[in-house]
Design a binder for this molecule. Structure first.
Ligand code: GAP
Length: 508
């Protein structure tokens, strides 16, 4: 589904039309890279949060939750390294006056070379048919080998340039690759400068720099500074985890691609505290667990892939991303990092408080190592929409837009319709609706022909529609129509809630 710009545009339009996502402050022409979740969006978002929380906190007796404040003591961000190093290299094009992330310009250039490789492979696969051996082709085809060599050479310059204080190497790389501004088409670039991504504000009424505090750029630090509180009050034994869902803020240089890269977003993070020396085993464990969580939603495996970090952050000794096949191609959805004892060690140093664990099994006291799983809630939302959005041609020649949202996440679980707006059917349908709404988010709809009502529910991803007809008044049965197959079954009114529960559990 690589680079399907058209699909992204359709998802954005559909999200707006049906109350999933709106541009923030739209009546004032919007605020760049900030979005509001509408009546359907908030339900989907809450369901994703709940699905994650259950898997992480409820199903693991050694993981507990936390809801830390967004504002934190400013020294937190000194200790974590964000004040000094949470930077992106930026570059401006003097002609278009557009600002870019310098590393992203280079990565986009690499992606173009990768697309050429993909084309060569596709062509060869067609030519050779069943006999095609992709691995052998990639390893031996001179053109593909040349492209791969180009990529290796670029990366061999990009990573050291990113790690260096002198950003002139990065500018030289952009010049040598003859990268042009996508807007002006020119190569008239400024120098590359560092840009800190944290938003700052003042606390209290004194506007001096001593009162500068930051909007947290990740939720993780709230967990680290509460490590000892929770370990002691929860009598937690290592290994144990602390999970948190909350807002994070980053002043992204380039904020585009809808809710993929936002300036205000939500993270679902879990820090797992382990005995030093065991962190890489736990890292492997969490890598598998997290992929399984994604697959458990019912989105097929081919939509996901692992990406191993080639350049590790200074605090990590292993890092993988789970990437999703977004309309813009495979991009990071979740990060799993083995962060060593860097964070707790740094907070110990800066706060002067001991953040250690006495391990009775080995009779030793140590600063625990941390394995982190960090997933963007908004990106998960976009992943679900990307998978769910379908335009279908039906057997009768008509068309429908249906959101095949996994039932467990669907904003509205069931809609109840009277077949016609008379003869006692609305009263019966309301009775069913009033009872069903105690168990599920439901909608009642009696307007328009039944087909149009089905279409409206398809468009918001409602998995089950219950229709009350004349037979209902005789034998207390209704039809239940399943969104994806459009198959209808006749069931009794008493069975409705149980059948919906069973189908949601089975995710179908
Ligand atoms: N505590 C680790 C951490 O924050 P990260 O890779 O910077 O790691 C974790 O962020 C996740 O947060 C990403 O995988 C992504 O899903 C999400 N995320 C990061 N920046 C984002 C942004 N600007 N907009 C939306 N989601 C973002």
């Amino acid at each position: 589904m690589a680079n399907n710009e058209d699909l992204l545009k359709k998802i954005i339009a559909h999200s707006k039309e049906y109350g999933f996502v709106f541009q923030s402050s739209e009546i004032y022409d919007g605020l760049s890279a900030v979005y509001d979740y509408g009546q359907m969006g908030v339900e989907l978002k809450n369901n994703i949060k709940q699905y994650w929380w259950k898997a992480m906190v409820q199903y693991h007796e050694n993981i507990v939750g936390l809801d830390a404040a967004i504002f934190m003591h400013p020294t937190t961000w000194k200790a974590s390294g964000h004040v000094d190093a949470f930077n992106d290299p930026m570059i401006d094009n003097k002609d278009s006056k557009k600002r870019y992330r310098a590393d992203v310009l280079v990565e986009d250039h690499i992606a173009k070379i990768e697309a050429k490789i993909f084309k060569e492979v596709e062509k060869a696969a067609k030519r050779f048919g069943d006999a095609f051996d992709e691995a052998q082709f990639v390893a031996t085809n001179p053109r593909v080998m040349g492209y791969n060599q180009q990529i290796d050479e670029i990366k061999a310059r990009l990573y050291p340039a990113m790690g260096s204080d002198d950003l002139s190497d990065l500018k030289k790389l952009i010049e040598d690759l003859e990268i042009v501004c996508p807007i002006s088409g020119s190569r008239n670039w400024t120098d590359v400068r560092q840009f800190n991504l944290m938003f700052s504000t003042q606390m209290g009424s004194l506007g001096d720099s001593a009162n500068t505090i930051y909007l947290r750029p990740e939720t993780a630090q709230g967990i680290f500074v509460n490590y000892l509180n929770i370990q002691k009050t929860g009598r937690m034994k290592i290994p144990f985890g602390i999970a948190q869902i909350g807002k994070a803020f980053r002043n992204e240089i380039v904020a585009r691609q809808f809710i993929f890269r936002m300036r205000e977003f939500e993270q679902m993070e879990m820090q797992f505290f382990v005995r030093p020396g065991t962190e890489l085993d736990w890292f492997k464990y969490w890598k598998e667990q997290r992929l399984n969580w994604h697959l458990s939603m019912g989105i097929p495996e081919e939509n996901y892939r692992f990406h191993e970090h080639e350049k590790l952050a200074h605090y990590a000794n292993a890092a993988f991303d789970i990437e999703f096949d977004f309309p813009m191609g495979f991009k990071e959805l979740e990060g799993i990092h083995s962060r060593t004892d860097f964070d707790l060690g740094a907070h110990e140093k800066f706060s002067g408080k001991k953040l250690r664990y006495f391990d009775p099994e080995i009779n030793e006291s140590y600063v625990p190592c941390v394995v982190e799983t960090s997933i963007g809630l908004d990106r998960t939302f976009l992943a679900v929409l990307t998978y769910a959005y379908r335009e279908e041609k039906l057997e009768d020649g008509s068309e429908r837009t249906v959101m095949k949202i996994p039932p467990v996440l669907a904003p509205i679980k069931a809609a109840v319709f009277p077949l016609v707006k008379k003869e006692g059917l609305p009263e019966k349908a309301r009775e069913i609706f009033d009872s069903l709404k105690l168990d599920y988010m439901c909608q009642y709809d009696e307007k328009d022909a039944i087909g149009r009502r089905y279409r409206r529910q398809d468009a918001i991803g409602t998995p089950y529609c219950i229709t009350v007809d004349h037979q209902t008044l005789e034998d207390n049965t209704v039809t239940i129509r399943e969104r994806d197959s459009m198959k209808q079954d006749r069931i009794t009114i008493e069975e409705i809630s149980g059948i919906i529960a069973k189908r949601i559990k089975e995710n179908k």
